[in-house]
Ligand binder design. Sequence first.
Ligand code: SF4
Length: 284
Amino acid sequence: MYQENKKDNRFAKRFTKKVKNTYSFCLWSAKTVFLLGRQMAQDKYISGIYNYCDKWCEKCTLTKKCFLYAKEQKQLAKHKEKGENPNDLNVVMQDIKESFSETLKLLRKDAKKHGIDITALPEVESEEHDPSGHPLMQTAKTYLKLSHSFLEKLRKIIQEEGGDLIERTEIIPSAANDIGTLRQIVSSYDVILWYHALISVKIHRALQDKMDADEFSQTDADASAKIAYIGVMKSMDALKTIYNWNKALQDDALTLLAKTENLKKGINEEFPGHITFKRPGFDT
Ligand code: SF4
């Protein structure tokens, strides 16, 4: 009985936190559409898959299994049909509003199912833990800052190389072989660009969840840490490619590689559970 009550309290506490977060962020987030996904998930979707990915849908091999992707595609088609620009701020805000109210509706339904009165939630002392001072967070922030300037430099060099290559291929046709190399560099640039902020966000999230110190948070922490880790490993490979490609970028690439090594070590030490954590759909 005591265990049951303890479980119920934990659920109520977690639920309250979820509601508060929903109100305070009031923006699109994969977490807030979890309930939506759960309700609408049929066999064709993997429940909650979008909570454990890097959101790089363009590169995702599981788009057909993702409810969130399907929902976004549907929304895009709707905007196209109406002749709306899906990136227009007003359109984006309207989408957020609709998504938010849909999520709230489902949160209310879920609360009712569990016998929770959403209008009388207990005051939970959910002090927001701030992991900013944690050494791993500091490394992630430094990496974010350094990689940001590195990307700027790399972008300029890629543009120059691209221009030179066009001229070169007009004179020496065999220079066309370098196009493949440049493509590889652009793809490495994309990888570093995509993950440099995501790593920091996921580490922040993982540390915050760990500080919450309950059994659910630990799983969430491992999940976020895993996504950060994958981002670090992919960024490392991309940085090595850049290092071998351009002498002028070697010092910076090396500094970043050292940071990614620290991040890798830090994630493994802080979140050993990420290694065995299985992301639905992605890890078998
Ligand atoms: S699971 Fe794939 S398709 Fe779905 S949000 Fe994540 S990256 Fe995009």
